[in-house]
Ligand binder design. Structure first.
Ligand SMILES: Cc1cc2nc3c(=O)[nH]c(=O)nc-3n(C[C@H](O)[C@H](O)[C@H](O)COP(=O)(O)OP(=O)(O)OC[C@H]3O[C@@H](n4cnc5c(N)ncnc54)[C@H](O)[C@@H]3O)c2cc1C
Length: 287
């Protein structure tokens, strides 16, 4: 049975552990995936049988602390119900450790992972992926397709027939910038401090500190001294904020009937879906 997994980020890595004979197809390169994997995508529950490092997470809120301010800053004019009341100041968490999986994939080479290979079409009628690899078009056959690409991307790739009857999906990018922090207040290993900032005139909305390193997350753009728009963050954290949508269940079913299995938060288009739930989903999946 030929299993092909689309995406080698968190969900794709998990799927490759569950199906070690599958082929992973990833648009990015190892160096573009590594910062995403090393980001603070912690599990909110221990994950039995999977490599995770224990973490202590301290959460702080800066600014006027009004949930509505924060929601306006993050979601701009598309306000979603956001509550900052539920923020727990101190939690135990688990950081995914994919280093062994990554090393294994690198050692196995192209028969297990194809980097820099973008899926540009899904022919579900004949079970073929159309991909572009360094300017060369190829087809990759599959029996089952497991995909972590966001649902709106999948709809486009599969030329979902009733697409026009559904309202468009939206997804705002979040940009990440890593900068060295001040030489004070170094956190010990295994401790992350997450600070949410509700002030509208401060451009970052979330800051993660690990050791001396700070990681700022931006949803907004800034302007330089000449008024030119500029990106404040350097690395896009795909694919950004989820927008609510009414038809996810029927769309998931439509894909499943065609042996296309959606895994992870953005593929499932599930607002509160977290990475440990993704692993539970993958562990229970029967193809
Ligand atoms: C700022 C932020 C903080 C978060 N914090 C947490 C947290 O603490 N804990 C937690 O559990 N979750 C967190 N999440 C949610 C987290 O992002 C998801 O739970 C999930 O872990 C994301 O990983 P993924 O592999 O499913 O998706 P992605 O990381 O989006 O991976 C999809 C992959 O598919 C590839 N791809 C897409 N299209 C194609 C194509 N056409 N061809 C080939 N490859 C393609 C992309 O290059 C990408 O590598 C956070 C999200 C954000 C934005």
């Amino acid at each position: 049975m030929r299993i092909v997994i689309v995406g080698a980020s968190i969900s794709g890595m998990m799927a490759s552990v569950r199906w070690p004979d599958a082929l992973l197809v990833e648009a990015g390169m190892p160096q573009s995936i590594a910062p995403v994997l090393a980001s603070v995508f912690y599990a909110h529950q221990p994950v039995p049988g999977f490599a995770t490092k224990p973490l202590r997470v301290t959460t702080k809120v800066l600014g006027r602390n009004k949930p509505r301010d924060y929601a306006e800053k993050v979601y701009q004019n598309r306000l979603l119900p956001v509550s900052m009341d539920s923020i727990v100041p101190e939690v135990q968490a688990w950081q995914w450790d994919f280093s062994a999986v990554m090393a294994d994939l690198r050692a196995s080479g192209a028969h297990r992972i194809r980097w820099n290979t973008k899926v540009v079409g899904v022919d579900w009628l004949h079970s073929y992926l159309h991909v572009m690899c360094g300017g060369t078009a190829e087809v990759i056959p599959y029996d089952h397709l497991i995909t972590s690409a966001p649902m709106p991307v999948m709809l486009k790739l599969a030329e979902y027939s009733s697409n026009s009857t559904f309202p468009p999906f939206k997804s705002e990018p979040i940009w990440l910038r890593n900068i060295p922090g001040p030489e004070i207040g170094k956190l010990e290993d295994g401790h992350i401090e997450v600070t949410y900032c509700s002030d509208l005139d401060v451009l970052w909305y979330r800051r993660n500190q690990r050791g001396y390193n700070y990681e700022y997350e931006f949803t907004q753009r800034g302007y330089d001294k000449l008024g030119h728009e500029m990106r404040l963050g350097m690395v896009p954290l795909r694919p950004g904020k989820l927008q609510p949508h009414d038809h996810v269940l029927e769309i998931r079913e439509w894909f499943k009937e065609r042996s296309i299995h959606l895994v992870g938060r953005y593929a499932m288009w599930e607002h509160k879906w977290l990475s440990h739930q993704t692993w539970e989903q993958i562990a229970e999946m029967r193809l």
